[in-house]
Design a protein around this ligand. Structure first.
Ligand code: NAD
Length: 321
């Protein structure tokens, strides 16, 4: 069995490799060659932690396994550790033997940013110039850095519930050579692409804050009860997702579905657009919305890619197991 520790991931994994792995597995999902197992997420009654598993099997990529981990809210204050903790375990699909154990913290941020980037590549207008960011926490910096590579953006505008955090994303935009401006939510009407990545349980972005032709990537809602955008926005938009079952139960679409504004049949897997079996955006005025719920197969895909890189560079630790 191979081990790739968390400390090695930053030296090995690139945004390009994460993008390629995620785009490929989304495509395999839409061909029914890869599927996710039901998500397990438990409040364990210890340290206020949420712990769970996301797993799946990608027959096309011969990748089987799971990501185990969750959220320990006291880690930072009590122990100086980051609050999100996860590890990916891969298994040989021919034998069931464990094949790799991989640090999953940085990979989670890279695979989540890759998902919204894949949606921008396939759904945003080619002439998109203004990128709107809602959220300025840990994931937002990764989201922004990756999104800037997808179009020739000329400006980033950002809003955050805690405005004192905005410098986190302003620094990323400016380091990439793109000017940054703080905005109010109605000001998002200027954006051609909007990414929302917050831990909110009530909508910030309203349907009338979004102009025709915009692509919106909703990336923060990954649990029942969370919500970032008004349900009416989904009714106005063509809705795409990583996985329909997660979108309607734990994703942004849960609220529009509960309100009867959108049905399961109205939501398209992004993989269908990647494979060319769905046309994607149909006009310059259409609002497209990607509900990025985060699937286990994304974690397995980036972990398998990083194991290959670790073997190539001679940094994978081999253990007899
Ligand atoms: P973080 O704690 O670093 O940042 C949280 C962000 O949410 C900040 O911008 C904060 O200001 C904002 N926020 C907090 N309360 C808010 C409120 N009431 N209204 C509006 N905004 C509010 O967290 P993070 O690591 O950046 O994660 C952000 C979200 O993304 C979390 O909900 C996390 O579960 C989710 N996430 C999703 C995926 C996926 O695959 N879809 C993957 C990883 C994380």
């Amino acid at each position: 069995m191979l081990i790739v520790p968390e400390r090695e991931i930053a030296n090995l994994m690139t945004r390009e490799a994460a993008f390629g792995a995620v785009e490929k597995v989304f495509a395999a999902m839409a061909r029914d060659e890869a599927y996710n197992f039901p998500v397990v997420r438990e409040a364990i009654g210890h340290e206020d932690a949420l712990y769970g598993f996301k797993g799946g099997f990608d027959r096309a990529g011969a990748t089987l396994g799971l990501k185990a981990g969750g959220y320990w809210p006291n880690n930072l204050d009590k122990r100086g550790l980051i609050n999100h903790q996860s590890t990916v375990f891969l298994f040989d699909p021919d034998t069931g033997m464990p094949s790799a154990m991989v640090g999953g913290n940085l990979l989670t941020a890279l695979r989540t940013a890759a998902a919204s980037s894949v949606s921008i590549k396939h759904l945003a207008r080619d002439d998109a110039k203004v990128l709107g960011m809602i959220g300025a926490g840990h994931q937002a910096t990764f989201q922004l850095r990756a999104a800037l590579e997808q179009r020739r953006f000329e400006k980033v505008i950002g809003w955050n519930y805690h405005p004192e955090m905005l410098p986190n994303i302003a620094e990323v935009a400016e380091a990439a050579g793109v000017p940054f401006e703080a905005a109010e939510l109605p000001g998002m009407a200027e954006a051609d692409v909007i990414i929302s990545i917050t831990s909110a349980f009530a909508p910030s972005l309203m349907a009338d804050h979004v102009s025709p032709g915009t692509h919106v990537a909703c990336m923060g809602t990954d649990t029942k009860g969370k919500q970032e955008v008004e349900a009416a926005l989904l009714a106005r938009a063509s809705v795409f997702t990583d996985e329909v079952a997660q979108s309607v139960s734990i994703g942004e679409a849960q609220h529009a579905v509960a309100a009867g504004l959108v049905g399961e049949a109205d939501i398209t897997q992004i993989g269908a657009v990647i494979n060319g079996t769905h046309p994607g955006r149909s006009s310059a005025e259409e609002i497209t919305l990607f509900d990025g719920t985060g699937v286990g197969l994304q974690d397995l895909a980036v972990a398998a890619a990083v194991v290959e890189l670790a073997v190539e560079r001679g940094v994978a630790i081999e253990v007899d197991f």
